[in-house]
Design a binder for this molecule. Structure first.
Ligand SMILES: NC(=O)c1ccc[n+]([C@@H]2O[C@H](COP(=O)([O-])OP(=O)(O)OC[C@H]3O[C@@H](n4cnc5c(N)ncnc54)[C@H](OP(=O)(O)O)[C@@H]3O)[C@@H](O)[C@H]2O)c1
Length: 385
């Protein structure tokens, strides 16, 4: 049975306030709205080269990957240089870093990246220094910020101002990291990749995971009918508790033929859209489960990458395929702030619940990766810097 105590709830609402979320997610055309007060005002001004008022050490603890491989290649170093922020950057003393499945892709080499590398694409912490040059978003030493870039598994990161925002005081470090990269992903994918409408039938794989936990709630708030898949009875109960209309345990004997179940549920029609982040193990089923003229949004490779797909496979049902990445939707400051505003609004109002699976000490990062890849986790994994 799903245990409420497992869930970090920013505030509990007995019924999801669907209409409010739906209206926040309303038309894409009107979505670049004036910023709310928690986004730093844009008063361009210059700073001296070094303005740090805090004691910044020259070395730090960081997780370094020298070569690709399993979780064992995540090396804990205590002598890693603290970076100097360059023009357009901030030096942030991290408090909590988010762990995302993409970190495993860079660790294994599925996604190429230069090594040695410090993994981690988001963190929340405090600004301790500004790089030289302009300060268009008016950051100050001492600001509590969340950022999205690279090299987050460390005590200090030099990060672009462009992808950093102040965090409102009402939102805790854990809550913002449980929903920052994952939440912006979900919000942009349901709005831009396939604009989900009230009444749409949606199949969402891995619905109990870091991104899935948030997406289930957002889809329900829009008014979609959600068929979630999840591995194991506890995950199934968790997804049901979020309001999913149907949940299939695709690892159980009964749920193995999940395509047939989806067909039954939809009276043979299939779903309007599949959000598939599992990849290798589900892609063929997703193609079967989608309706004629439907859309498949492939956005991850938790079970491995989808093999090269012969395009004629799409023609019998006139299926559309999208392969989005969050970073493509938040390239400009305006886009980034738009989705951050949406997310922070939902967190502050309590309309979006977040779930932290566990906060691991930095030293236990290998265990965190092992847990994530062994499908044992629900919600988001975090690292205490
Ligand atoms: N494109 C983008 O911009 C973007 C951004 C964020 C996330 N993503 C993708 O979204 C997905 C979710 O990311 P996340 O960080 O929130 O991870 P997560 O969902 O918390 O963890 C992955 C989940 O995938 C499921 N899974 C199915 N087959 C698996 C297998 N063979 N090995 C491991 N897991 C398997 C597991 O859930 P079950 O046990 O329930 O099957 C597992 O819990 C990932 O694929 C990630 O790459 C993409």
């Amino acid at each position: 049975m799903y245990r409420r105590s497992l869930v970090r709830i920013t505030s509990v609402s007995p019924t999801p306030p669907s209409s409010r979320i739906a209206s926040r997610l309303s038309s894409l055309q009107s979505h670049f709205q004036p910023l709310q007060s928690y986004i730093a005002p844009r008063t361009p001004r210059s700073f001296p080269r070094s303005i740090s008022t805090m004691t910044i050490p020259s070395t730090q603890k960081a997780i370094v990957v020298e070569k690709t491989g399993g979780p064992e290649v995540l090396e804990v170093r205590s002598d890693y240089p603290v970076p100097t922020p360059k023009e357009g950057q901030l030096l942030v003393k991290n408090q909590i870093c988010g762990i995302n499945y993409i970190d495993t892709y860079f660790r294994t080499g599925l996604y190429p990246s230069e090594k040695p590398e410090v993994l981690g694409r988001e963190a929340v912490g405090t600004v301790v220094a500004l790089g030289p040059g302009e300060n268009p978003y008016n950051f100050q030493v001492g600001d509590r910020v969340a950022w999205m870039a690279t090299s987050g598994y460390a005590e200090y990161s030099a990060v672009p101002q462009l992808k950093t925002v102040k965090v409102p005081k009402e939102i805790s470090d854990e809550d913002v990291m449980a929903s920052f990269l994952s939440g912006l992903t979900v919000l942009s994918f349901v709005k831009e990749t396939y604009p989900v409408q009230k009444g749409d039938w949606v199949l969402l794989h891995a619905a109990a995971g870091g991104a899935g936990f948030l997406m289930t709630q957002i889809l329900k708030s829009i008014g979609a009918t959600v068929i979630g898949t999840a591995g194991g009875p506890e995950k199934v109960e968790l997804v049901k508790s979020l309001g999913a209309d149907y949940v299939i345990d695709y690892r159980s004997e009964e749920g193995k033929d999940w395509v047939k179940k989806v067909k039954e549920i939809t009276n043979g029609r299939g779903v309007d859209v599949v959000y598939d982040s599992v990849g290798k193990d589900t892609w063929e089923g997703s193609l079967e489960a989608v309706k004629r003229k439907g859309t498949i949004v492939w956005f991850g490779n938790a079970s491995g990458p989808v093999p090269p797909l012969p395009l004629p496979k799409l023609s019998p049902k006139c299926v559309k395929i999208a392969r989005p990445t969050l970073f493509g939707y938040i390239e400009t400051r305006e886009e980034f702030e738009f989705y951050v505003n949406e997310l922070f609004g939902l967190l502050k109002s309590g309309e979006l619940k977040v779930k932290v699976h566990k906060v691991y000490p930095l030293d236990q990062v290998a265990q965190a990766h092992t847990d994530l890849e062994s499908r044992k986790t629900t919600g988001k994994l975090l690292l205490k810097a």
